[in-house]
Design a binder for this molecule. Structure first.
Ligand code: ATP
Ligand code: MG
Length: 475
């Protein structure tokens, strides 16, 4: 069987057209041969019957006069007809009166008996025919003739040879023709395939397929191009919308940041003043209110910084400013800064970052990485211990942050590093779903990787693997 399923379009068209034309050709040749055999057989019967009539006419007298010699002589005239193998003249009682045997035969072939009323019949290798010798309405003898089918077989062989030859020639011609003609169908379709591939690989909607082909294939190209034009304009709209959003985010976060620094300074100044009057119950009340305000201002600053980071990262403006630094020292610093937060959440911290882990990194960006991972561990693992470790190995350093909180389901572990991706409901835990996305951008820009191991309900371990000096990656 021809295997078409995996073949190329060109091959399929060529194979199908050859298959169709050779089937039609074979059927036509078979019909022709069958027709030839039927007409040839009819002609054979006709010719043998004519010979029988002539012999019957010429042997009538020898039979009437019991002249077997004359009858044999008449029969021997059949030498001129090489297809006739054997002829016998039988008297009505069945006795043979005269006979003829072709010279190349040693013994007469077995005589076939024809049923009553049947005057001729085709045997496997011979045509058998009987004819009555009649005189004055009385049958005086019966002729039995047997003719071989060599001629017919030779003729069939010749036809088969011719058919085979025609088939080969037409297959070769058909192949050459369909190989040329298939281009009309396959080329526009292959053009479409190439255009579709460019669109899907390069996201380039400006390509267009050829619409020169006629009929449905041309219509397909036209419809495909219309679809691309729609996609192209939608893509442009989307890009404009995204650019406008990023621009807005960038301006808004800058504008929001401006009043925050003086606000925080003012709060801290007022805190100092209130503490100076520590004995006064009103001053104590004001001081605790200012503590709350201070925390909220810090939170607001973090949120605005996050917004600023998104606009910077999406517009490819995340610039790293690497310097020689100790990651262990930085981790200790962040932990100290988060002491209050840890206490409030009831998280005991186990730190293993005693040995210096030197590298060439952007300090404030790594600060962000550690802060984000730690604040996640506090948020999603409140009331449970947290372990942070820094391990230096040759030219790499690993930072591990493990908590014993709610954990992350297997199917969420990839997507939580995406923008705005969260695996918890907003009602249970606040957040934008941006922390890990920013962490990953910074880690990858520093040439490192971040991964997570977790089981739901059993906490999570985030591991950041950093080269001591970034060798590439986006900046
Ligand atoms: N330590 C953790 N344990 C369990 N789930 C976590 C942990 N860290 C992150 N996740 C899951 O990953 C999601 C994405 O974390 P990510 O820090 O990016 O966003 P967020 O914490 O929801 O918000 P924010 O932008 O304020 O950080 C979280 O919403 C949470 O479902
Ligand atoms: Mg977070």
């Amino acid at each position: 069987m021809l295997r078409l399923a995996g073949a190329s379009l060109r091959r399929q068209i060529v194979l199908l057209s050859i298959l169709a034309s050779s089937t039609a050709l074979l059927l036509a040749c078979a019909a022709f041969v069958v027709f030839e055999v039927i007409t040839f057989r009819a002609a054979m019967v006709q010719s043998l019957a004519t010979h029988a009539q002539v012999i019957a006419a010429n042997t009538k007298a020898p039979v009437l006069f019991q002249d077997a010699r004359a009858a044999n002589e008449t029969l021997s005239a059949l030498r001129a007809e090489p297809a006739i193998m054997y002829v016998e003249l039988l008297l009505p009682d069945g006795r043979p009166f005269a006979r003829y045997l072709r010279s190349d035969l040693v013994a007469p072939p077995e005589r076939a008996s024809l049923p009553a009323g049947v005057l001729h019949r085709f045997e496997r290798n011979a045509l058998v025919l009987t004819h009555d010798v009649v005189s004055d309405g009385v049958t005086i003898a019966r002729l039995y003739l047997q003719s071989d089918l060599r001629q017919q077989q030779a003729r069939i062989r010749r036809y088969l040879t011719i058919t085979g030859f025609i088939l080969v020639v037409s297959l070769v011609a058909g192949f050459a023709m369909s190989a040329r003609l298939q281009r009309r169908i396959s080329e526009p379709i292959l053009g479409l395939v190439a255009a579709a591939r460019t669109v899907s690989d390069q996201k380039d909607f400006s390509v267009r397929a050829s619409t020169l082909a006629a009929g449905e294939v041309g219509l397909l190209g036209k419809t495909f191009n219309e679809m691309l034009a729609t996609l192209q304009s939608q893509d442009a709209d989307l890009r404009r919308a995204v650019a406008a959003r990023d621009e807005f985010l960038s301006i808004a976060s800058h504008e929001l940041k401006t009043p925050l620094t003086p606000l925080q300074l003012q709060v801290q100044k007022l805190q100092l003043t209130a503490r100076r009057h520590g004995d006064d119950p009103l001053a104590q009340k004001i001081a605790s209110g200012l503590d709350v305000m201070d925390r909220q201002v810090v939170r607001l600053t973090t949120l605005v910084n996050t917004l600023l980071d998104i606009s910077r990262i999406t517009s490819q403006q995340l610039r790293l400013e690497p310097e020689e630094m100790d990651l262990s020292a930085l981790v200790r610093e962040v932990v100290t800064r988060s002491a209050q937060e840890l206490r409030r959440a009831g998280c005991e911290l186990h730190l293993s970052a005693d040995t210096p882990a030197m590298g060439f990194w952007d300090r404030s960006r790594l600060d962000q990485v550690i802060t984000n991972l730690l604040s996640n561990a506090i948020k999603y693992g409140a009331g449970k211990p947290i372990e942070i470790s820094v391990v230096g190995r040759d030219d790499r350093v690993q930072l591990g942050v493990r908590d014993h909180g709610i954990g992350i389901a297997q199917q969420d572990q990839d997507r939580i590093f995406g923008r705005f991706e969260r695996a918890v409901s907003l009602n249970s835990y606040g957040g934008l779903g941006l922390g890990l996305w920013i962490v990953r951008q910074i880690v990858e820009a520093s040439g490192g990787t971040i991964s997570v191991e977790s089981q739901p309900g059993q906490g999570a371990l985030f591991t950041v693997d950093l080269p001591r000096r970034a060798t590439g990656g986006p900046s």
